[in-house]
Design a protein around this ligand. Structure first.
Ligand SMILES: N=c1c2ncn([C@@H]3O[C@H](COP(=O)(O)OP(=O)(O)OP(=O)(O)O)[C@@H](O)[C@H]3O)c2ncn1[C@@H]1O[C@H](COP(=O)(O)O)[C@@H](O)[C@H]1O
Length: 115
C-alpha cells in the first residue's frame, strides 16, 4: 500500500524520533551528532532549537522554498532532540494536539481570564 502524504510524514517523524531515542540510549558521542548534543543537556538542545527557529523565520521571510524546506527539517530534528532531552514524548504532544482539535483559537483566546 502506498502511504498518503500525511501517513508518510507521520511515519518519517516516528522513525526519526526512534533514531534519536536509539542514539540517546547508545550514548556514543564520537559516532553520533545526536548523542553529542544530548550529552550537553537540555540548555544546549534548547539553544540549538532557538537558533534553528530563527533561521527558519529568516528563510520564511526572505529565502527560497528549498531553504524553507531545509530549515523546517532542521527545526523538526532539533525540536525532537530538545523534547527527548527534556523527557517529553511525542505521544504527550499528540495528546495535547488532540485535546485542542475542533477548538477555535479565537474561542480559546476569548475564554482566557481577563488580566
Ligand atoms: N535530521 C537530522 C539532522 N538535521 C540537522 N542535523 C545536524 O544538525 C547540525 C546543525 O547545524 P549547525 O550548523 O547548527 O551545527 P553546528 O554549528 O556544528 O552545531 P553545534 O556545534 O552548535 O552543535 C548539523 O550538524 C546537521 O547535520 C541533523 N543530524 C541528524 N539528523 C538525523 O538524525 C540521525 C542520526 O544522526 P547522528 O546522531 O549524527 O548519527 C540521522 O541519520 C538523521 O536522520
Amino acid at each position: 500500500m502506498k502511504l498518503g502524504s500525511e501517513e508518510n510524514f507521520a511515519a518519517v517523524l516516528k522513525h526519526l524520533a526512534e533514531t534519536i531515542d536509539n542514539r540517546a540510549d547508545a550514548g556514543d558521542s564520537e559516532a553520533s551528532y545526536t548523542a553529542k548534543l544530548l550529552k550537553k543537556g537540555p540548555s544546549k538542545t534548547a539553544k540549538k532549537m532557538g537558533e534553528e527557529a530563527v533561521e527558519l523565520a529568516i528563510a520564511l521571510t526572505s529565502q527560497s522554498d528549498d531553504e524553507v524546506i531545509a530549515e523546517t527539517a532542521d527545526v523538526i530534528y532539533h525540536l525532537l532532540v530538545a523534547l527527548r532531552s527534556r523527557g517529553v514524548s511525542l505521544d504527550q504532544i499528540a495528546e495535547e494536539l488532540a485535546k485542542r482539535e475542533g477548538i477555535s483559537g479565537l474561542v480559546e483566546k476569548a475564554s482566557r481570564p481577563k488580566e
